[in-house]
Ligand binder design. Sequence first.
Ligand code: GLN
Length: 244
Amino acid sequence: MYQLTIGHLYPDLLNLYGDRGNIAALTNRLLWRGMDAKVVSFELQDDIDFSKLDIVFLGGGSDREQQLVCNRLLEQKDAFTAYVEDGGVTLAVCGGYQLLGRYYQLKEETIPGLSILDITTEAGEGRLIGNVVLSTSLDGRAFQVAGFENHGGRTHIGDHLPFGKVAAGFGNNGEDGTEGVLYKNTIGTYLHGPLLPKNPEVADFLLSRALERKYGARVVLPLLDDTLELEAKGYIVDRFASKA
Ligand code: GLN
């Protein structure tokens, strides 16, 4: 039986806006297909053996929580970097996304990041808040993504590929029309919400890549009835962006 192990990093510190719903979506989409899911939650004092994980999830947090997490992750930076470089699947939301970058510059201090992604974040005037619609393409399949953002940081992604193009909302910085980053099998994004329950295509992208990495061949994911999920998303897309 196919089984994936999902590492949930610091759910007690990084869990804004129900980000843990992403774990429920990943788990259920495996179970509904007769596959197995194991979730391992890590607290700050725990050592993380990335070699035992198939998917890593980091949610969003306040600046203070982000700082705590960052200090701890810097001690495990080499193992986390090696995991991402090896195609380990990672979903990092908002504060979790920012800390994969080089730094998060606040007014009075700079939180050093893991430099896994070559991106930088600076706190700007005011927060970028609201519903977001993106156009994206994963594994050659183009679709729209709906979500919600609330961040003070403005992120610049340099030469990285974005996760999507902003059709409604602010995205990485409110200026260049990009949202998030897609690097190997890692998605960094500002989209809370949570993201995966109403964007099943993204959930299945992460699951396929994780299964492929673990089992060495493309595992065909049986189709699920996503009528409800896609209706929920369609409602947001119709409300905030015209369909591209
Ligand atoms: N503290 C970060 C910011 O405001 C991230 C916040 C979040 O995760 N929502 O930019």
